[in-house]
Design a protein around this ligand. Structure first.
Ligand code: SAM
Length: 304
């Protein structure tokens, strides 16, 4: 296993497989990638980068986008990653719109678990947040993911002041079923004006949940995050903003859809392009060097 210059082991990769998305959420940070690129990695290129990363100690891969399920070859991508020796956990984050048709095939291809974005249970609010999305498609996708046994299913709810902060209790009530975890996520700053208008501090909500919880589990390797069990629901609160602990325990290297290593969600200035060299015929040793270059560029973003 390798560690960066701050002693943080590098054990996971978050790979974006496309920048394209069928929704256009008002708050989306686009995984920290701005500007367009039409270049996308093939399933073979993705498997190759995962194989090289696995040889350097990466064990977990999360597939993201854009929206991963708009790629017709998404099952091949999952199968390729799941087949790499040393990868023990393959997950995906999706908006869930196409999950009803894909869940079974994804499971068969080797997907272990899934995160589904669900910020609201009100169809009109969903349509406003996603600029036109249909809530019922996502709900059907969640049901299908439960049916085929993707486990755990995590629902990502980005909490925004005046938009959905009054829906937390309803969300907890609705999704208090086995195998589903509700993640309350703090809004991450990607647009200053939006952030100042809609940022919602989750501290008070977390205190309320902690008071009512029957069981609290501290997740040592997940930034000390706590998982609460209350009324049969499992709830996690994720607060990355200005959180030194979050950065101090980051184990992740990002890969952009156009084939660059991205050392930090919050920074655009330190990416390392590997796809260009891969396509020019670089061997695994050279790609390993580029991987290490990116790892050595990793720095905690919030330090105080
Ligand atoms: N389309 C996929 C999805 O909906 O999961 C994958 C890409 S999306 C960028 C990945 C996750 O980032 C989603 O759960 C989304 O809610 C979250 N996200 C996007 N912008 C965010 C922001 N400004 N603050 C916090 N989370 C955000």
């Amino acid at each position: 296993m390798i560690s960066d210059s701050f002693g943080r082991p590098l054990t996971s990769m978050r790979i974006s497989i496309t920048q394209r998305c069928n929704l256009n959420c008002i708050y989306c940070h686009r995984e920290g990638v701005f500007g367009e690129s039409s270049r996308e990695m093939t399933p073979q290129e993705i498997s190759r980068i995962v194989r090289i990363a696995s040889g350097l100690g990466v064990k977990k891969v999360k597939i993201t986008g854009g929206e991963p399920l708009i790629r017709g070859d998404v099952c091949d991508i999952v199968e390729g990653i799941a087949g790499v020796e040393g990868i023990s956990d393959v997950s995906m984050t999706t908006n869930g719109v196409f999950l009803q048709e894909y869940a079974e095939r994804l499971k068969e291809a080797g997907l272990n678990r899934v995160n589904i974005s669900l910020d609201t249970l009100r169809p009109d609010v969903f349509s406003m947040i996603t600029r036109g999305g249909k809530l019922e498609k996502v709900i059907a996708g969640i049901d299908e993911a439960v049916r085929v046994g993707l486990d755990p299913i995590k629902l990502n709810m980005v909490v925004m002041k005046g938009i959905n902060d009054d829906e937390i209790q309803e969300m907890i009530k609705t999704y208090s079923r086995n195998g589903v975890v509700l993640q309350l996520i703090e809004l991450v700053d990607s647009d200053k004006e939006f952030f100042h208008k809609y940022y919602f501090d989750l501290d008070r909500i977390e205190e309320e949940i902690a008071d009512k919880a029957r069981n609290v589990r501290v997740r040592k390797h997940m930034q000390g995050r706590k998982k609460y069990t209350l009324n049969g629901a499992q709830v996690e609160v994720i607060k990355p903003m200005h959180n030194t602990e979050f950065c101090a325990h980051c184990t992740r290297l990002r890969v952009t859809a156009d084939g660059k290593f991205k050392p930090c969600l919050m920074r655009q200035d330190n990416l390392v392009d590997f796809l260009k060299e891969m396509r020019a015929g670089a061997d695994d040793n050279r790609i390993r060097e580029l991987f290490m270059k990116a790892v050595m560029r990793r720095e905690p973003y919030f330090t105080r």
